[in-house]
Ligand binder design. Structure first.
Ligand SMILES: [Zn+2]
Ligand SMILES: [Zn+2]
Length: 367
């Protein structure tokens, strides 16, 4: 079928709205009409490189939510008309998947980043041939996406479907990073670096865990204000905090129990290490420049029993964790909708500029 998609082209940063062709669903595939899709940093990282991904035009987008339109004959998890959130894809069969750790699926790279189906065929094409697709098993910067059972989670009809896509990546990464990966203890202290949608979701996760001290380190005033609303107990502005470790020890003299970095900035990571107390854990979710070394002095790690923990998708098993997040949202404990501003998909460039400038924390595009 013909559909509209925001396409990025090799060597040309940014997106162009184009008409492309989406394959019919195969027996194990699900066609979803996208009603909202979040703009995540991972999409921008790839588009900023001018879509060097597969050296072909590409459809990105991996925080989709929408309505199931058609399913292949082998699909039993959802049916046409169901409302679904799209998340990352996993194989469902390896040791990690069967251990409820699909974010570390042994086939994660090939299922999410190959730019095509496992047999090499493209799900999307244009007049010139195949378009790199199947990004996170969805490529949802488009009016429609082909997905599979492992990366759809059904949700109730009464929820604001167009706002739910970010639960499939940014929100489960931030909240899950604190709830599942760090498993922050009740009454503990945590430093969160960066107050974008992932960092602010980590603030909400920290409040859900009952952390007593939640310190947000973020340059944008509007995002610090949201952090306060979401449960931060202390706010630090990098512009007026020349020595982060000293500022942290003025609040928590023995150092924090946890630090959660959503910036990927090497200097911030090193700063966070200096803030950790005895047995402190630094959780890391954001990509740093290739080749970036681990922060800190290994002798400090040993003498204080500290650790650095890499985190993918907040260690979420989406079928189990997304319903938990939705229950918190319904109860008012995870008001992630406060971070979101919606834009028509055609305004994707304005949404990117606004997100860069800090005018909006989480842009959601409406195809
Ligand atoms: Zn797997
Ligand atoms: Zn993402």
């Amino acid at each position: 079928m013909k559909m509209t998609a925001a396409v990025c082209h090799p060597g040309k940063p940014g997106f162009v709205l184009e008409t492309v062709t989406l394959d019919a669903p195969r027996s194990n595939e699900i066609r979803v009409r996208i009603v909202g899709v979040g703009l995540c940093h991972t999409d921008l990282m790839i588009s900023e490189f001018g879509a060097a991904w597969n050296n072909a035009p590409a459809v990105l987008g991996h925080e989709g939510a929408g309505v199931v339109e058609a399913v292949g004959e082998a699909v039993t998890k959802v049916k046409p008309g169901d409302h679904v959130i799209l998340t990352f894809r996993s194989c469902g069969a390896c040791d990690r998947c069967t251990d409820h750790s699909p974010a570390y699926c042994r086939s994660m790279p090939s299922l999410n980043f190959a730019g095509a189906r496992s047999d090499g065929s493209a799900t999307i094409s244009n007049a010139n041939g195949p378009v790199a697709s199947n990004f996170f098993g969805q490529s949802s910067f488009a009016s429609h996406a082909l997905t599979q059972e492992s990366n759809v989670v059904r949700v109730d009809y009464d929820l604001p479907l167009e706002l739910l896509g970010p639960l499939g990546c940014g929100i489960q990464t931030g909240a899950g990073g604190v709830i599942n990966s760090l498993a922050a203890r009740h009454g503990s202290s945590i430093l969160i670096l960066g107050g974008g949608s992932v960092g602010l979701s980590a603030v909400m996760g920290a409040r859900l865990q009952g952390c007593a001290t939640i310190i947000l380190f973020e340059p944008q005033q509007s995002r610090r204000a949201l952090g306060l609303e979401f449960g931060a107990t202390h706010l630090l502005d990098p512009a007026t905090t020349p020595d982060l470790a000293a500022a942290i020890r003025a609040i928590v003299p023995m150092g924090v129990d946890y630090a959660f970095d959503s910036t990927g900035i090497p200097a911030a990571l090193a700063g966070a290490m200096a803030c950790l107390g005895s047995r402190g854990v630094l959780g890391v979710v954001a990509a740093s420049p290739p080749g970036t070394a681990l922060p800190g002095d290994i002798n400090q790690l040993i003498s204080m029993g500290q650790s650095v923990r890499g985190i993918v998708e907040g260690d979420s098993d989406p079928d189990l964790f997304i319903p938990v997040l939705i229950a918190h949202f319904r109860a008012g404990r995870l008001p992630f909708d406060r971070m979101i501003r919606t834009y028509p998909l055609a305004d994707i460039s304005r949404a990117i500029a606004d997100q860069h400038a800090g005018h909006v924390t989480k842009a959601v595009l409406l195809p």
